[in-house]
Write a protein that binds this ligand. Sequence first.
Ligand code: OSB
Ligand code: MG
Length: 368
Amino acid sequence: MKIDRIDIIRVKVPFVHPFETSFTRFEERDALIVKVYSEGLIGYGECKAFYGPLYNPEDNGTCFHIIKNIIAPVILHKDIEGPEEFMRLVSFIRGNRLAIASVENALWEIKSQRDGKSLKTLIGGTQDEVKVGVSLGIEPNIQVLLGKIEKYLAEGYHRTKVKIKPGWDIDVLREIRRHYPDIVLTVDANSDYTLADIELFRAMDDLNLQYIEQPLAEDDIVDHAVLQKAIKTPICLDESIVSVDTARHAIELGSCKIINIKSSRCGGLCESIRIHNLCMKHNIPIWVGGMTELGIGRVQNISFASLPNFALLAHDIAASNRYFAEDITIPVVNITSRCTLIVPDDTNGIHYEVDEKAIDRLMVSREV
Ligand code: OSB
Ligand code: MG
């Protein structure tokens, strides 16, 4: 595929409700969309970074720089075979995986169009539909959170994950369990705790949580191994797993029993498929994580989740209306009556297109 042109489009899409994590309160999705032109075809990749380096060290500013000044010169007007060759060409770049993934994802879209095969077929997906869970932010008070839990349980979401932070944790969780003794419940700390909080996590062992997501530092696997040995509840790593090597190290050290894979965080689908395969070999359950993405990223996540080892746990791939009144695909992502998402494949007629008009409405700037 010859790369003829690359656009970086910045959009801002308001959330229907603010989404608060331990690291910030989001009012809108401020995102970069990468549009790659190749021999009459167009592939889109959504960059999953945020306005600041809050979740991991990258943000929209660093990603813009890396895509424009480091990645684009390597591939522009070159003929490359596809995403795998792209990954070899950019392997000199240290870190900056969200930026790399956004371009890699766009190349998968081009490859899919060029070969006339769905992404599911290209990566060897085996599942026709995948289960969705909901991730609920920090709320002003427990009553509001309970109301949200009720709403999404009524919609059939298969797992309820709540964000925690110091001061909004064990009491909130006990109250949730008092109201809902049997729901599949998980928590996500987004790395806001340390080993000094070990007693707090021991206390969570009484709450029958499916897992505790990323309790300790974003770049740590050593302290997580200490914590995992001290508690019964499985730890699920998110931020800490950025490559097949970090996944292998975490598995060998016993830093977690579950991994959430975000293809963005790991530099794209090529590396994420390797992590999927490694986890399958080691019987580590995995699920697809979310970054409150817009439709382009959301649809790719659905296809990624069709790989065989993703069959057990629910994913953070909600319906688009969970976050947005307006999204950038046609149709927007909707859940089935079973609260699942149907994976687009070459036979089921499900197909998403990018809504160029919506992008134009939501665009803040465009760099060609
Ligand atoms: O840690 O999983 C996370 C949102 C933004 C940044 C990090 C995370 C999240 C979520 C939302 O939990 C998941 C979703 O997209 O629904
Ligand atoms: Mg997380």
